[in-house]
Design a protein around this ligand. Structure first.
Ligand code: UDP
Ligand code: MG
Length: 326
């Protein structure tokens, strides 16, 4: 019998977690031939998420939890779940039921067709603010143009992966993780399943506009050095223009003699160049900051409490051997 781990990052999801497990159970219990196990990752929640997890684990032998020492972010939570997984397949999904558990059956069917990954793609964004959709759409367009990784528009973090793909994802050891890019970077064949956006009915989104903006910058810098190339090009173009202007001034002086206007021109050019230099230093800084954080080699997450190594994973199969490195 094949085993499937369901990794669920949770941050302040006390209101929905119980319903999430019950709803998902009602779908996975209908799928025969597979054993499912939940790996719930409490990403330093400030509410009662962790106690809900513990009581779920008491009720269901296939509920495992990992609780972080503080909030490390969804990326870290997904990584922790994947790292602690041992199933033949691993599903990653959100706790808020925006990722329809009804799709799990189709995802398993997809991966059994021979794909290494079967992932969900939103075809609509109903219920989402217009501004967010606008920026999101343009981010995908822009980042697909300048980075090596191609992320289909509407791709979400709801997917099933084969063991081989999970191991590949884990082999990328960067601390600042951008999973959407990593999933695409590792390659393997992905089958996309379209679905209609589901609005969050319980709890609230954990994203702010500023958070999403930073996420977009992370995505671009993690997979592309195009901005660096862009500032080199900008420098080259400005130097070229300056050279042409120098020639013009030279001939003007030779023909008309020395003239001393140009206060405004000098000021404008100085400010303009100052702006461009600051902008370029800023871009350099984005990369240097990331190099700095990466060289510290800090752990991606810190565990406060877990039951992942306890007995009775996947019902009756003992997987403790698989987790000996933990
Ligand atoms: N999440 C997390 N850590 C965070 C923020 C979010 O683990 O710091 C989880 C959250 O509990 C949820 C998933 O990531 O299961 C997606 O978050 P959310 O629904 O807020 O994002 P959205 O669906 O609006 O993109
Ligand atoms: Mg959500």
């Amino acid at each position: 019998m094949k085993t499937v781990d369901i990794v669920v990052p949770c941050y302040n999801e006390e209101a929905v977690l119980q319903i999430f497990v019950e709803t998902t159970d009602s779908y996975i219990n209908k799928i025969s031939g597979y054993k499912f196990r939940y790996i719930l990752v409490d990403d330093g929640s400030r509410d009662k998420t962790f106690s809900v997890m513990r009581s779920l684990a008491k009720e269901h032998s296939n509920v495992k939890y990992i609780s972080f020492a503080r909030n490390f972010g969804k990326e870290a939570a997904m990584y922790a779940g994947l790292k602690n997984s041992s199933g033949d397949y691993v599903i990653v999904m959100d706790a808020d039921l925006q990722h329809p558990p009804a799709m799990i059956a189709d995802m398993i069917k997809g991966i059994e067709e021979g794909y290494d990954c079967c992932a969900a793609r939103r075809t609509s964004r109903k219920g989402e603010s217009k501004i967010r959709s606008f920026f999101s759409r343009n981010f995908y367009k822009f980042s697909n143009k300048i980075t090596d990784v191609k992320m289909p528009y509407g791709a979400v973090d709801f997917r099933i992966m084969s063991r081989q793909m999970v191991d590949a994802v884990l082999s990328l050891s960067e601390v600042q993780r951008f999973s959407k890019g990593i999933f695409s970077w590792v390659g393997f064949e992905t089958k996309w399943l379209p679905y209609e956006n589901v609005e969050r009915t319980i709890g609230t989104t954990k994203w702010s506009f500023w958070g999403l903006f930073k996420y977009a910058i992370d995505g671009i810098t993690a997979f592309s050095v195009a901005p660096l190339r862009f500032i080199s090009l900008l420098g080259l173009i400005i130097s070229g223009l300056a050279f042409i202007y120098a020639l013009i001034v030279l001939f003007q002086t030779l023909i008309f003699g020395i003239d001393v206007p140009g206060y405004a021109t000098t000021l404008i050019i100085t400010l303009f160049l100052g702006g461009i230099i600051e902008f370029s230093v800023g871009i350099l800084g984005e990369y240097i900051g990331r190099i700095y954080m990466e060289t510290k080699k800090r752990p991606i997450y810190l565990t406060k409490s877990t039951n992942i190594n306890d007995e009775s994973d996947f019902g009756d199969i003992d997987y403790s051997d698989f987790n000996e490195d933990l």
